[in-house]
Design a protein around this ligand. Sequence first.
Ligand code: GTP
Ligand code: MG
Length: 195
Amino acid sequence: LFAGPVDFVKGVVALDGLPPADRAEVCFAGRSNVGKSSLINALTGRKTLARTSNTPGRTQEINYFALGAAHYLVDLPGYGFAEAPRAVVARWQALLRDYLAGRATLRRAFVLIDHRHGIKAPDAEIMALLDRAAVTFHTVLTKADKVKAADRARILDGVRTALARHPAAYPELIVTSSETGEGLATLRAEIAALA
Ligand code: GTP
Ligand code: MG
């Protein structure tokens, strides 16, 4: 899937702007600044395909990328960004909820978690939304390069314990770094397997 062309299709701010539901798609969800856009760039080998930023809340739209002619990769707006105005947060949440519950062609979600921090309350909320929508999801740990080897097992144990509460969760974790390339081949293979 990643061998062919990857193109930005459009940014969507409301459900009626979604492209026709005529291709299988997977989405990346995660807190602001967790590294969603960086991971999309790393997976596709395109440094500037998805806009990345040090400013949390940079991706405020649902961004559609075409993987070849038959699949979409969807970068969702980051959640858990406390400094955004309340009305903006409410609008993002409604958009996310409606998208996750209503998109017939959504095959799987990937919930990105900062490896340093593990699962926080906003992550558990998204996971509960996915449970209710019956969208199975993989958990992807990001920024693994920032975690000392000695700390990894303890953090991952905590993540596994939290995931056990979510019926839509796959138990396997995918540990990644957009900086070092760790785990990217595994993640590409998971996405390609949904084709
Ligand atoms: P929003 O669009 O605001 O929701 O953020 P995002 O989840 O798309 O995060 P983004 O990819 O923009 O990355 C946020 C910051 O984390 C940037 O400064 C990235 O350079 C940094 N970053 C992302 N991935 C990694 C990684 O694997 N390792 C390290 N060290 N830094 C990373
Ligand atoms: Mg982003």
